[in-house]
Design a protein around this ligand. Structure first.
Ligand SMILES: N[C@@H](CCC(=O)N[C@@H](CS)C(=O)NCC(=O)O)C(=O)O
Length: 179
């Protein structure tokens, strides 16, 4: 492992970056913060897309490697720095946590991503309504699954916290009904 300080490319309101920052803080890893202003389109500039071809944040430079997907980053940190683990030891509980991760990172977040919302707006759709629909539906499904398992797992809690952070923007604009 390199002794160089990791560098995180991030944006303050990026939920994907939040999960990485939460993990870095949880594991006590000091890093340099390098902002990428998504509202100004800095993620699309050549200079950045050379580092992250998906033109997304986060990107983490660590141990001489460049990691460009948030879950990949979490897994890398878990494997290389297993102290203060994110995952439980029981394989079934690990599987449950991974399923929550999938729901959040695969079934909810990408649907209300900036690129998608910009496209919806450009075709005359209501981007906020669409985002609220995706988040509300996703949270309801997640809640019913959590009720079934009622598991107290660090990663699940962290991810749930960050999902509320990314909902905050939309929740504040509407009466989000989760009943
Ligand atoms: N699968 C990627 C998704 C990353 C992602 O969607 N990042 C958002 C911020 S949360 C972004 O950079 N959006 C910029 C855009 O849509 O142009 C990951 O989990 O890292």
């Amino acid at each position: 492992m390199s002794s160089e300080k990791p560098i995180l490319n991030s944006f303050y309101r990026s939920s994907c970056s939040w999960r990485v920052r939460t993990c870095l803080n949880w594991k006590g890893i000091y890093y340099e913060y390098c902002p990428v202003n998504l509202l100004e389109g800095a993620q699309k500039k050549e200079e950045y897309s050379e580092i992250n071809p998906y033109k997304f944040v986060p990107t983490l430079k660590i141990d001489g490697n460049v990691l460009t997907q948030s879950v990949e980053i979490l897994e890398y940190l878990e494997e290389t720095r297993p102290e203060k683990p994110l995952l439980p030891t029981d394989p079934y509980k690990r599987a449950l946590v991974r399923s929550l991760v999938q729901v959040i990172t695969g079934d909810i977040q990408p649907l209300q991503n900036m690129k998608v919302l910009q496209y919806i707006e450009s075709t005359g759709g209501n981007k906020n309504e669409f985002a609220i629909y995706c988040i509300t539906r996703g949270l309801k499904e997640l809640r019913s699954n959590l009720r079934k398992h009622l598991i107290n797992i660090v990663l699940a809690m962290k991810l749930l916290w960050q999902i509320f952070v990314f909902c905050r923007r939309f929740i504040m604009q509407t009466d989000l009904e989760l009943t």
